[in-house]
Design a protein around this ligand. Sequence first.
Ligand code: DGY
Length: 321
Amino acid sequence: MGKHKVYIAQKIPKKVEDYIANFCDYEKWEGEGPIPRSELLKKIHDKEGLLLAGISIDEELLNHAPKLKVVSNASVGYNNFDLKAMKARNIIGTNTPGVLDDSVADLIFALMLSTARRITELDRYMKDGKWKLEDNENLFGLDIHHATVGIIGMGRIGEAVAKRAKFGFDMEILYYNRNRKYEIEESLGVKYCDFEELLKQSDFIVLMTPLNNNTYHLIGSKEFDLMKREAIFINASRGQTVNEKALIEALENKKIFGAGLDVYDKEPIEPDNPLLKMSNVVTVPHIGSATEKTRSEMAMLAATNLVKALSGEKAPNVVPE
Ligand code: DGY
């Protein structure tokens, strides 16, 4: 039997490519930036496996790939999968949980700190030559230490955030999740909390839930109305877990103190998005897992999932149907 034919639509390190080459005949996208969809559709008619990140796996794509058996996402989120359409064709989807938790949790703390202490705003202030000796209250921010953080979505990344909150910053930690996490309650002293109560009580609200039908626009104007006026909202999950219009309105009307954002409704964000003009908003371009080490581990895990699933072995990270 010949090797499995796969297409690699994502840039991956050479060592990961070499690993795939041991088991598969592969073609890969070598152009600049993401592969245009029309190009991808041309490449997949004879492929059994795909390795990619975030590309929409929908009916249209599946119709172009009659031999497809496995789609390996080099990301933990898999909201790009049409799971129903994949299931109907017996196609396995995989993702890369675990290896990115600490990097994403670090980024979340970077967003919390820079929003609360106004780091990007005051960096600009310095560089514009505006610092004066009489500056005082106008440089004040908010404390993180001993504040209350509310984590929505207590998965692996939520737990990594909770560890930093407890051991680094002596924070009070509330969480909301679809099921209780008794072990984490025990080990980290986090407290399970009703969703609305969490919004009311938290100084920092960290949204870490995956995007699905239940979490689409989970946070909207009603939820911002419940938050404290000094609250800081952090989103490093997916842009559509929040109603972005409601977020903009909450920030414009000072319903909350600020926001730290890694993800957006539309990515890349439109240059005229009001969020980019707000001094109380810290924005970064979806870099939660973007360190060389973490992205390389994600690529290797995605390749392992692909190879194992294609060879009929149990792949480590098959996503639930
Ligand atoms: C993921 O893996 O889903 C993250 O969003 C990447 O940063």
